[in-house]
Design a protein around this ligand. Structure first.
Ligand SMILES: [Zn+2]
Length: 250
């Protein structure tokens, strides 16, 4: 807060919190009077602590937990049936760790703030993944109306998506978000573009492969395997020779 004024310090907020948290904190009403801070026990009207009210408070919490609220944002996010890299991306977005140009600018990196794809607006994650015309074409192919919520803030949008769509659709939407961010990085770092169809195909294939890999009853076809595949064993090198072992997945 600004010292001696009844205002939030919005600039400090932008450095310390992600868009979602900043929006939630800014919506907290401030008192119209200025008093010195003091400790208040909210279990009693007098504001003074009593053992009796603490006991009732603990009992209330325990009863509340029995009918626990499972609709929390993070709980829903971690429960998504999508590859971990998709969850990791969403987590980084919500924490404000994804290096879009507007985020880099907030961290005092000297850089132009324009979107590397259209070069017309300040690059935000909401623009990249939701409102940019290329992203809109992607959502159009999937026949998903993802323009939800009044705020053009990704975290708020994601929260609305979690509420509005069923598990399958949320899985597709979030995996496509991952593919859109990947395409953006390919453009920035490798100067490689991608078509709308190729991006959607990649995202859906990635999700399908991951889903199949989770299913222990999934029948993996062995038709494409050749006799002897999978029967290789490591053998130690001959004397006075060096063997180089390479892990293709690292
Ligand atoms: Zn753009």
């Amino acid at each position: 807060m600004k010292i001696d004024r009844r205002e939030w310090d919005e600039y400090a907020f932008k450095d310390l919190f992600g868009d979602r948290d900043a929006l939630l904190i800014l919506s907290i009403p401030l008192s119209s009077n200025i008093y010195d801070d003091s400790w208040i026990w909210d279990g009693e009207k007098s504001g003074l602590y009593s053992i009796k009210s603490a006991y009732h408070g603990i009992k209330r919490d325990k009863e509340g937990n029995e009918g626990e609220d499972h609709s929390g944002f993070w709980r829903q996010l971690w429960r998504l049936k999508v590859p971990h890299k998709v969850k990791n991306l969403l987590w980084r977005v919500v924490l404000g760790c994804l290096p879009t140009k507007s985020q880099l600018h907030l961290k005092h990196v000297t850089i132009d703030m324009y979107c590397p794809s259209c070069n017309m607006v300040v690059e935000s994650i909401y623009h990249n993944l939701v409102s940019y015309s290329f992203s809109q074409d992607v959502w159009g192919i999937l026949i998903l109306d993802v323009k939800v919520g009044d705020f053009e803030v990704f975290d708020v949008w994601l929260d609305a998506i979690l509420q509005r769509f069923d598990h399958n659709r949320v899985g597709k939407i979030t995996t496509v978000c991952w593919a859109l961010w990947r395409a953006r990085n390919n453009l920035v770092w490798n100067k490689k573009g991608v078509t709308v169809t190729a991006l959607v195909t990649l995202a859906l294939l990635c999700l399908e492969n991951w889903t199949n890999a989770q299913d222990i009853n999934f029948d993996v076809s062995i038709e494409s395997l050749l006799p002897g595949d999978g029967s290789d064993h490591w053998v130690k090198p001959h004397e006075n020779t060096i063997k180089v072992n390479i892990d293709p997945f690292s």
